[in-house]
Design a protein around this ligand. Structure first.
Ligand SMILES: [Zn+2]
Ligand SMILES: [Zn+2]
Length: 154
């Protein structure tokens, strides 16, 4: 009786520990996977722009939501400005044409067709294209993640 009573809680403890370990492993893997995707998106669109950006560009391309004006800003200049002004939204700049506050949306250049597009356009195009793509060029349907991290078996 006493030996049985003494064994039972120990077994339950072991079971709980292995379950907890499994849970922690899965949780860590999920965080790593989500972090990887977030980092990739962040690298493309919102990376802190010290020198050149992740892909060696020295100028950023913006399009004003208000007047449609497209303009470029040096990475260094944008970095200085952003550090001082702390834009409410990263990847935004004041329009150099109409003076709109943070109406300039950062645009990306497609490595395939060299067309410009915004983050929103790319995610919308990806949703339309389907097939698990997260960001797709709205002009030529190029899968933008393909250019960053070559995937095997596709
Ligand atoms: Zn404008
Ligand atoms: Zn394209």
């Amino acid at each position: 009786m006493t030996s049985f009573g003494g064994q039972e809680p120990m077994r339950a403890g072991d079971w709980q520990e292995s379950k907890l370990r499994k849970f922690l492993t899965i949780a860590v893997l999920c965080v790593v996977a989500a972090g990887g995707i977030a980092a990739a998106i962040y690298m493309i669109f919102f990376a802190p722009t010290d020198r050149a950006d992740a892909r060696g560009r020295t100028a950023l391309h913006f399009k004003c939501e208000k007047c449609g004006h497209e303009f470029e800003m040096e990475v260094r200049k944008y970095s200085d400005w952003a550090a001082k002004n702390k834009p409410a939204k990263l990847g935004r700049a004041n329009c150099t044409n109409c003076g709109g506050e943070l109406t300039g949306v950062k645009m990306e250049k497609c490595p395939q067709c060299h067309g410009y597009f915004t983050f929103e356009q790319a995610t919308k195009a990806a949703a339309k294209a389907g097939g698990g793509a997260e960001m797709v060029c709205p002009h030529c349907n190029y899968d933008l993640k393909k250019g960053m991290a070559p995937r095997r078996g596709r």
